[in-house]
Ligand binder design. Sequence first.
Ligand SMILES: Nc1ncnc2c1ncn2[C@@H]1O[C@H](COP(=O)(O)OP(=O)(O)O)[C@@H](O)[C@H]1O
Ligand SMILES: [Mg+2]
Length: 274
Amino acid sequence: MTAKAAAVRFEDAAVRLGGRTIWSDVSLTVAKGEFVAVLGPNGAGKSTLIKAVLGLLPLAAGSVSVLGRPAGQASGAIGYLPQRRNFDAGTRIRGLDIVHLGLDGARWGVPIPGLPSRARETERVREVIELVGAAGYAEEPIGQLSGGEQQRLLIAQALVRRPQLLLLDEPLDSLDLPNQAAVAALVRRICRQEQVAVMLVAHDINPILGYLDRVVYLAGGKAVEGRPEEVISSGTLSRLYGAPIEVLRASDGRLVVVGQPEAPFVHGDRHAHG
Ligand SMILES: Nc1ncnc2c1ncn2[C@@H]1O[C@H](COP(=O)(O)OP(=O)(O)O)[C@@H](O)[C@H]1O
Ligand SMILES: [Mg+2]
């Protein structure tokens, strides 16, 4: 693959935080228009990887290029949904305005009537709200909406500027399993329809397995990437964790990882009551 075709490319990269190496020797490529999940146990450095793509953290070694430029120089072309953004029930701002905020935070709440650009903005806001299927509730105060509805509106916010790269840090975290699958299907559709590359940090691969192109798995300070069935395999995960890991496929197709207590999606019921 040429460098030009890559949305994100890490080469022999390492990050140190607070004097500790979080991960090193990370080499991976996310192609344009590709849907990639970033997996790994808590504390493995998934959010750190996303922040390195954003250019918010310096690398201790190696390089990262984003949309053909050094990280940090492509922020206008990146949509970012940070980890854990929930609105409490009292939040009165409408979903529609949350999405509009993605266009230009500084101008929000100060509409300039009559400008053609304003009309185009309103049109784009309407368009992304349609795209994520939120038209039915975009006028409601966001604090009154369900977790899944809030996530759809936040994804719309991240999309409103037509990014070429979408970074979603655990957008499925507070959702029940059917909603996780629904949002994954939505992200897949956006990925294809808008030709945007997506890096989605997730805890459980199972609800999203059928929608992914590739997987990046972080553990033990290293990363592997590949097709889901290559990465989520006994051999690959055992090498990565440096301990025997068994990956089983349940009769319903779900992957179950056995032998590593801190591995994600060992406990299939983590979201069952979310
Ligand atoms: N600013 C920081 N200074 C020192 N350590 C940090 C900092 N931010 C994160 N860490 C540590 O880096 C590790 C990876 O964090 P993070 O990327 O948030 O993990 P994940 O998203 O995979 O759960 C964790 O052990 C965390 O405590
Ligand atoms: Mg994180």
